[in-house]
Design a protein around this ligand. Structure first.
Ligand code: AFP
Length: 340
C-alpha cells in the first residue's frame, strides 16, 4: 500500500465520524479508549515470558475454564478503562458471570455498552502464539440516565454499531468494523500509536485454507465429515486439496481468514451440539467484521448476526469466512440436515 503520510487511528476515526453530521463523537472516543486498553494489554503480553506472569491464576471462569494471569489483567484493564471513560454505560465480559453497570452520572448517560473477550486464545500464551482481544459495541436499549440492563447486551449482532479485535501477533494490530467497512491499524511502537496500515479490508470471495480442530472429527456429523473430505480431495481446477491451518486462537485464525480468505469452522458436535465459541464475545463480533468485509458467517441454520441471544454466555456453532467457501460448506451441512 502506498500512502504518503501516517494516519493514526484517532485521525482516521474522526475523519470517518465527520461523514455523519449528527454524530457526537462518542463512538470514536470509545474506539480510542479500546485502543488504549489494547496498548496497555499489549505491553504486558510482550513481557509475558520475562515478567513471570505466565501460569494459571488458580481461579476458573464462568465457563469452567482455568484463567491465566494475563486474562485477569486484560479483563481488569478493560473494565477500568471503560469505567473511567465517559462513553460506556456498562460492559459484559467473557470472564464475568454477569454484566456490569457503571453507576456514575457520565456512564449512566452514555449510550453505548461494550462486550468483550479480554484475551482470547489464552491457552496459546505459554507457547508464544498470537492471541487477541475481541470487542463488540451496541447502542443501549434501556433509557439514558438509568443503569444499563441485561437487555442492552442481549441484542442481535445485526444491531452492532462496531466490532473489532486487537491481535497481539508478530506485530500488534487493531482491526475494527463499522457499517462503513473494515480497517486495520498497526501499532507503531516508536510513537505508541495505531496507524492505518490495512484500509478498507475485504475478505477474498474464495480462499485455499480451511481451519478447524480436525482432531474432533470423530464427534462430527456426516455433513461435516463429507465437507472435510471435499476439502481434502484433489481437484486441480478448484484448487483442492485445501491447506489446513489451525492455531486454536480465534483472533489469529480469523485474522488470516480475513486477509487471505478461507473458512474457519467451529461446528457443533455429538458432545457439544452448540460448539464451543460464545455468540456475544466471539461469533457476533467476528461475524460483523467478516460481513462488513464481504464474507459470510452462519451457524449452519441461520446467519450468526440474526441469532437472538437469550443468555450472556450462549454458544453457537460457526462457519465463517470467504463467502463462496461458506456457501459451499452449507451445501454439505444442509444436505445432511435434509436427510437426517
Ligand atoms: P482459549 O482462550 O481457552 O485458548 O480458547 C480459545 C478459543 O475460545 C478460540 O479462540 C479458539 O478458536 C478455540 O477456543 C479453540 O478451541 P479448541 O482448542 O477446542 O480447538
Amino acid at each position: 500500500m502506498s500512502q504518503s503520510k501516517l494516519i493514526t487511528m484517532d485521525e482516521f476515526t474522526i475523519q470517518e465520524t465527520r461523514k455523519f453530521p449528527q454524530a457526537t463523537g462518542e463512538l470514536s472516543a470509545l474506539l480510542r479508549d479500546l485502543g488504549l486498553a489494547g496498548k496497555i494489554i499489549n505491553n504486558q503480553v510482550r513481557r509475558a515470558g520475562l515478567a513471570d506472569i505466565l501460569g494459571q491464576h488458580g481461579a476458573t471462569n464462568v465457563q469452567g475454564e482455568e484463567q491465566m494471569k494475563l486474562d485477569v489483567f486484560a479483563n481488569d484493564t478493560l473494565i477500568n478503562i471503560l469505567k473511567n471513560c465517559t462513553e460506556c454505560a456498562g460492559i459484559a465480559s467473557e470472564e464475568n458471570d454477569d454484566h456490569l453497570s457503571y453507576e456514575d452520572t457520565y456512564s449512566r448517560n452514555s449510550k453505548y455498552v461494550v462486550l468483550f473477550d479480554p484475551l482470547d486464545g489464552s491457552s496459546n500464551i505459554d507457547v508464544n502464539a498470537s492471541i487477541g482481544t475481541i470487542f463488540a459495541i451496541y447502542r443501549r436499549v434501556s433509557p439514558l440516565g438509568e443503569p444499563c440492563t441485561q437487555e442492552d447486551f442481549l441484542q442481535k449482532g445485526r444491531n452492532l454499531m462496531a466490532a473489532g479485535y486487537i491481535i497481539y501477533g508478530s506485530s500488534t494490530m487493531m482491526v475494527y468494523a463499522t457499517k462503513l467497512g473494515v480497517n486495520g491499524f498497526t501499532l507503531e511502537p516508536a510513537i505508541g500509536e495505531f496507524c492505518l496500515s490495512h484500509p478498507n479490508m475485504k475478505c477474498p470471495e474464495k480462499g485455499k485454507i480451511y481451519s478447524i480442530n480436525q482432531g474432533n472429527s470423530v464427534k462430527y456429523d456426516e455433513g461435516m465429515m463429507s465437507y472435510l473430505t471435499y476439502c481434502m480431495e484433489s481437484n486441480k481446477e478448484e484448487g483442492r486439496p485445501y491447506s489446513q491451518r489451525y492455531i486454536g486462537s480465534m483472533v489469529a485464525d480469523m485474522h488470516r481468514t480475513l486477509i487471505k480468505g478461507g473458512i474457519f469452522i467451529y461446528p457443533g458436535d455429538k458432545s457439544a451440539p452448540k460448539g464451543k465459541l460464545r455468540l456475544l464475545y466471539e461469533c457476533n463480533p467476528m461475524g460483523f467484521i467478516i460481513e462488513a468485509a464481504g464474507g459470510r458467517a452462519t451457524t449452519g441454520s441461520q446467519d450468526v448476526l440474526d441469532v437472538q441471544p437469550t443468555e450472556l454466555h450462549q454458544r453457537v456453532p460457526i462457519f465463517i469466512g470467504s463467502k463462496n467457501m461458506v456457501d459451499k460448506a452449507m451445501e454439505f451441512v444442509k444436505t445432511h440436515q435434509a436427510v437426517s
